[in-house]
Each structure stands twice: as C-alpha cells, then as structure tokens.
Design a protein around this ligand. Structure first.
Ligand code: ADE
Length: 235
C-alpha cells in the first residue's frame, strides 16, 4: 500500500496540528498511508534574534523572507528521509491547483510543502531549490498555510484506502470533468420537498442515466468553462 510523507515547512507550523489530527487526515495517518511532519523555519535562522525576514533591497513596503533559514530548513528536512519526492512552494504566482494536480501528487511518496509569509521570498530561494510553484486560486492569502491545507486535503482523500469506498472519489465533482449530481438521503420528504422518484425506484440503470444528465445540466448551467472543455474534447 502506498504511503505519503508530508513535510510542512512554515513559520507557524502549529496551525497544522489540529488540521492533521482531524477527519480524513487523521484516518489516513491511523491507516498508515500518510504521515505529517511539521517544521518551524524560524528554528533554522542563525540570526541571534531568530529573524527570518528583512527589508527588501531597493525599498518598498513589507518584509521579505531571507534565504538562509528557508534553504537550511529545506536541506535539513530533505535529509530526514531517503525518499526525494517533490517539493512545492505555495504562492499566488504558481500554477493553479486542479483536481488533476491532486491526482498526480497522490502518486508521490513524499511531498514537501513550503509556506511563505510577509511580502514574499528572496528570489534566490526559487533559483536554488527545486520547487514546483502552486497557487490555489487568484487571490492573495497572508501566508501559504491555508493553501497547503487545501492541497493536503485534496491529495490525502485520493490515496487508495483512505475513504471507505474507492468509488466515492470517482463520482466527485471534476473527477470526469463534470460537477457532481445532486445527492439525497432520508427522509423521502422534508417540509414538502421530495426526493426525485427515480432515486427511490431501485432501477440502477435509470438512476445512473438520471445522475449523468444532472451532472451535465449542472456543469452546463454553472460552469460553462468546464462544459466547453468537455464538449470540445468529445468532438
Ligand atoms: N500564498 C498566498 N496566497 C496564495 C495562494 N493564492 N495560493 C497559494 N499560496 C498562497
């Protein structure tokens, strides 16, 4: 069975603790298919005040993360395990994270995530380290931690054996380029709103057809961009 090691490098590693200790991430750790290692970049600062940032050369607002603690942290952490895996820098300048990215990363044996803060990183960190840059969307967060959590969650739930049913990820929105169909559970009627008859019919073929049609309708109505991709690929 595959097992992924996550190394999280951050100035605020403690924010990950409750996150990795709950829900699916915890289950993955208990099933021994994922492990999470938190590292404090500040520990790697050789500055006597453990300073990790400094003013930008050339002037301008804000502070910039210094090379030395980040590069030392990365190197030390990489040496903690013989697996190389892949290392990711969370930044709004990266390639946008997609379900396909999550699928690819779920096949890695090790993922190192580097989270920044302040106005940015000294550019030489990018020059020196083999980092894939990933953004979770076109907006700016105050740090990479929330973005790293998004990425970890999306990846861990795809590791075989983590969710109860392997099928549950096949039906997800985006897994086949479509949004997910509407779901219902008991009771069959709630405040006058009824579950569609077909779902109570027991006719699996009909249910499958209904779900497919609903997925397509939703995608067409809500995400014309996705719909265009699908119809173009078909022709
Ligand atoms: N850090 C700050 N904003 C971010 C974003 N949108 N995606 C990934 N990392 C970030």
């Amino acid at each position: 069975m595959s097992r992924i090691r996550f190394d999280l490098l951050s100035l605020f590693p403690e924010v990950f603790r409750p996150f990795v200790n709950a829900s699916i991430l915890r289950i993955a750790a208990e099933k021994q298919v994922a492990e999470y290692h938190l590292h404090d970049i500040r520990q790697y600062s050789r500055d006597k005040h453990k300073k990790v940032d400094d003013k930008p050369y050339g002037g301008g607002p804000g502070m910039v993360l210094r090379c030395e603690p980040v590069v030392s942290a990365y190197e030390d952490v990489q040496n903690m395990d013989e697996r190389t895996g892949t290392a990711i820098l969370l930044t709004p300048q990266g390639k946008t994270f997609q379900q396909e990215t999550a699928k690819r990363l779920a096949r890695e044996e090790r993922i190192t995530l580097l989270c920044g803060h302040y106005e940015g990183f000294d550019e030489r960190i990018r020059d020196m380290l083999p980092l894939e840059e990933i953004s979770i969307g076109d907006y700016v967060l105050s740090g990479g931690e929330a973005a790293a959590m998004v990425l970890i969650d999306a990846v861990v739930r795809l590791i075989p054996g983590v969710l109860g049913h392997e099928e549950s990820t096949n039906n997800d929105s985006f897994s086949d380029g479509l949004l997910e169909y509407p779901q219902y559970t008991r009771p069959p009627e709630f405040r006058g709103l009824k579950v569609p008859d077909v779902l109570l019919s027991g006719n699996h073929k009909e249910i499958e057809l209904w779900r497919r049609a609903q997925s397509e309708k939703r995608t067409y109505e809500r995400r014309s961009d996705l719909w265009k991709d699908i119809t173009q690929n078909r022709s």
